[in-house]
Write a protein that binds this ligand. Structure first.
Ligand code: SF4
Length: 223
């Protein structure tokens, strides 16, 4: 990152981290994706039950592969040979894990996390259940307002994810969301069963200090 741009991003990160901390979340600032696994190594406890939601960020940091090699009980929902029913059961068990790993769609400078989910499993785990949630996110996820967070999902996160998942949604065709909000002013149908935008969660102040921990990485990660 160019040093002038970096000086701006650093101030933004500092502002955001301070606000998240005020809201009882714990923030660890990391320089690059290479620092994520060392940070998790010091945070995870031997033998604990660990699960994660679907996340490009975690994949880019090689977290799922690494979890197979460490002494934790890893609830691997992508384990080869799992039947759809077994996978569902694994995702249900994840809701009572000791540590749940995930990313989010946006981090608001005011100290909040924003997440849009298709199945609701990530949203549920973030809200209640796992003893601890560790969020891994790049600085590209920081936004200045809730409306920017909503916009980010409709113009970046969701269109990129449906392209990855090959879902026939409006945003896949158009490159941005037009469901419910047609440019002509009329209403069009949503994306039905293909939609990955079904549950919208905004997490602000936390009642259990430190339950949510955020590894905020000084590079772009995920969508
Ligand atoms: S509602 Fe449909 S078109 Fe809009 S972002 Fe979600 S999947 Fe894409």
């Amino acid at each position: 990152m160019d040093k002038h741009l970096r000086s701006v991003v650093e101030k933004r990160v500092a502002r955001t981290a301070e606000a998240l901390t005020r809201n009882n979340m714990e923030v660890h600032c990391l320089e690059s994706r290479k620092d994520v696994i060392p940070a998790l190594t010091s945070l995870l406890r031997q033998g604990e039950v660990v699960a994660h939601g679907g996340s490009m960020t975690l994949a880019q940091c090689s977290v799922p592969e690494w979890l197979k090699t460490v002494p934790v009980t890893y609830l691997d929902r992508d384990m080869p040979g799992l039947s759809p029913a077994d996978r569902q059961e694994m995702m249900r068990r994840a809701l009572l894990s000791d540590t749940y790993l995930t990313s989010v769609n946006a981090i608001l400078e005011e100290g909040a996390l924003y997440l849009v989910d298709g199945n609701g499993n990530r949203a549920a785990a973030m809200l209640y259940g796992p003893r601890r949630v560790i969020v891994v996110a790049g600085v590209n996820k920081i936004v200045s307002s809730l409306s920017e967070a909503v916009d980010r999902v409709r113009t970046i996160a969701c269109p990129a994810n449906v392209a990855r998942l090959e879902r026939p949604t409006w945003c896949r065709k158009q490159g941005h969301c037009i469901a419910f909000d047609h440019p002509d002013g009329g209403k069009i149908a949503g994306c039905g069963r293909e939609s990955i935008c079904n549950d919208f969660v905004l997490l602000r102040n936390q009642t259990i200090p430190g339950r949510i921990q955020i590894l905020l990485v000084m590079e772009d990660l995920g969508y």
